[in-house]
Design a protein around this ligand. Structure first.
Ligand code: GLU
Length: 455
C-alpha cells in the first residue's frame, strides 16, 4: 500500500507572508487535498532572535484568509506535535543520540559534525529531475572572500552549533521523519540543500519523501522579487480588495500550467487539476496586471449575495451604506468595471452622492461643445416625459434616443453631457442603469443644476 499523502508548509516566522511562501503553502495544500491527504503546518522558529509572534500571526492570518486550512499544526494540534521547532529540543537530542550511537557524528570545536559519506546522493525531484551531488567532494571546496582563493574545507556537515542550537538541515529532516511527511514541496532555493537532507535520511535509515522543488518567482524584469515589490506581500492583497480565490488562482498559475489554455479556476477546480507533473521547470514571472485581471474575472463570477457581503466593508469605508436597497443593482454595474473590491465604491459613489460632485475638467470640456445647452434642455424635457413608474434603463435609453432623432442630434453628442450632468464625470458605469438607480427626480435635479453651470 502506498504511503498516505502528508505534505507540510514550514515557514520561519521572521517576516511577512510573501507571495512565494504562500504559493508553496498553496501547492502543498492542493496536493494534500487532491489526494485526500493531510496538510501540516510546522513553524520553523529555531532562530530565536529573528522569530516573532507578530510574524507568526501575520502568516497564520494570511493562510486563513487564503482558506489554506491546516489539519495539524498551531492551534489545532495533531498527533505529531509539537508543531513549533522551538519546542522540539528533546526530539532533536534523541535523534542526535542515534547518530552518536552509530558513530556518524563527532565534536569539532564545540560544534557537532555529521560525517558525510563519500558517494553521490541523487535527488529524484518531481519537477527538476535527477540532481546528483557528492557532498564530500563538493563540501571540501570553499572560497575565501578575503584572499579570493579556493580553499580546502571540512566537508562534514555541522548539525549542532557550539551554543547547542541545531542547524536547519538537521531539524528539517528530523521533523519530516517524525511528522511522516510523504512529499516535500518547496522553493527551488532549497534544491541545493536536498543532497544533505538525503544523507541525513540515509543515516537515520529512513526512506526520504518525494521532493518537488518549485521554480522561483521573479519580477517581470527577471530580478528577484523583494518584499518592497508591488504584489509581494499577502496582507496587502487583503487590504487592496483582492478576493482570496483570485489570489490562489493567480498563485497557482505562477509555476503551474494546466494542459489547456484555461486560466480562471475555482479552488475546487484547482484541487482537481493540480499535479506536480504540470509544475513548470522554468522560473515564473510575476505581473501585477495579470493579478488584477484574474481578480476582475473572479469578481464577475461571484454570486450576488457573496459580492454584497465581500464589498460591504469597502462600501462602508467609501461612505456608502451597504444596506441601501439600490446596492445589489449598483454592485452589478460596478463589477463590470472594478478590478478590485476597493475600487467598487469609486465606481458607484456618484449614484449615491448627495450633492453630486462635478469634475471641473469634465464640465469645462462639455461646456466647450457647441449647442450643449440645447442638448441638455432636450434631455431634460425628454426625461421629464418618462413616466415615473416606467423609469427603467431601457425606457431612459429610448427616451434619449427618440429625442435625439426628433431634434436631429447625434446620440454621441447627447450621451456625454448626459453622463457628466448626471454622474459628474466622463467615466463611470453603464449610464442608463445608473440613471435608473439615481431615480427620475434625482436625475432631473442633477441635469438642471448642470444646465445652470453651463449658462
Ligand atoms: N523554513 C524553511 C523556509 O522557510 C522551510 C524549508 C522547507 O520547506 O523545507 O525556507
Amino acid at each position: 500500500m502506498s504511503q498516505p499523502v502528508r505534505t507540510r508548509f514550514a515557514p520561519s516566522p521572521t517576516g511577512f507572508l510573501h507571495i512565494g511562501g504562500a504559493r508553496t503553502a498553496l501547492y502543498n495544500w492542493l496536493y494534500a487535498r487532491k489526494h485526500g491527504g493531510v496538510f501540516v503546518l510546522r513553524v520553523e522558529d529555531t532562530d530565536a532572535v529573528r522569530s516573532t509572534g507578530e510574524s507568526l500571526d501575520i502568516i497564520l492570518d494570511g493562510l486563513r484568509w487564503l482558506g489554506l486550512d491546516w489539519d495539524e499544526g498551531p492551534e489545532c494540534g495533531g498527533n505529531h506535535g509539537p508543531y513549533f521547532q522551538s519546542e522540539r529540543g528533546d526530539i532533536y537530542d534523541a535523534y542526535l543520540q542515534k547518530l552518536q550511537a552509530a558513530d556518524l557524528v563527532y565534536e569539532d570545536d564545540g560544534a557537532i559534525r555529521f560525517r558525510v559519506p563519500d558517494k553521490d546522493f541523487t535527488v529524484r525531484d518531481a519537477v527538476c529531475g535527477d540532481v546528483s551531488v557528492n557532498l564530500k567532494v563538493q563540501g571540501a571546496r570553499g572560497f575565501d572572500p578575503e584572499t579570493k582563493q579556493e580553499i580546502e574545507k571540512n566537508p562534514d556537515l555541522v548539525i549542532r552549533r557550539p551554543n547547542g542550537s541545531y542547524i536547519f538541515h538537521f531539524v528539517n529532516v528530523v521533523d519530516d521523519i517524525e511528522m511522516q511527511i510523504s512529499h516535500v514541496i518547496r522553493g527551488e532555493d532549497h534544491l541545493s540543500n536536498t543532497p544533505k537532507h538525503l544523507a541525513l535520511f540515509e543515516a537515520f535509515g529512513v526512506e526520504p519523501p518525494q521532493f518537488a522543488h518549485i521554480p522561483l518567482n521573479l519580477n517581470e524584469d527577471g530580478t528577484k522579487m523583494s518584499k518592497r515589490d508591488r504584489g509581494a506581500l499577502i496582507h496587502e492583497y487583503v487590504e487592496n480588495g483582492f478576493l482570496p480565490e483570485a489570489v490562489n488562482n493567480f498563485m497557482a498559475l505562477l509555476g503551474w500550467s494546466p494542459k489547456d489554455d484555461a486560466e480562471i479556476f475555482s479552488i475546487d477546480e484547482l484541487i482537481e487539476r493540480f499535479s506536480l507533473e504540470a509544475v513548470n521547470k522554468s522560473n515564473s514571472k510575476f505581473t501585477y496586471k495579470k493579478c488584477l485581471w484574474v481578480n476582475a474575472e473572479h469578481l464577475k463570477a461571484l454570486s450576488a449575495a457573496d459580492l454584497r457581503e465581500k464589498a460591504a466593508p469597502f462600501l462602508k469605508t467609501g461612505g456608502i451604506s451597504p444596506d441601501d436597497d439600490r446596492i445589489p443593482a449598483a454592485l452589478e454595474l460596478a463589477r463590470e468595471r472594478a478590478e478590485l473590491l476597493s475600487a467598487i465604491p469609486g465606481v458607484i459613489a456618484p449614484i449615491f452622492a448627495d450633492p453630486l460632485e462635478y469634475d471641473d475638467e469634465a464640465v469645462t470640456k462639455v461646456a466647450a461643445k457647441e449647442g450643449v445647452t440645447e442638448v441638455v434642455d432636450v434631455l431634460i424635457s425628454a426625461l421629464e416625459k418618462v413616466d415615473e413608474t416606467a423609469w427603467k434603463a431601457d425606457s431612459i435609453k429610448s427616451a434619449i434616443h427618440d429625442a435625439a432623432e426628433a431634434n436631429d442630434m447625434k446620440m454621441g453628442a447627447m450621451m456625454q453631457p448626459c453622463r457628466v450632468g448626471t454622474m459628474g464625470s466622463m467615466s463611470g458605469p453603464d449610464l442608463a442603469p445608473a440613471m435608473e438607480l439615481i431615480g427620475k427626480e434625482g436625475v432631473l435635479e442633477r441635469l438642471s443644476e448642470f444646465r445652470t453651470k453651463l449658462s
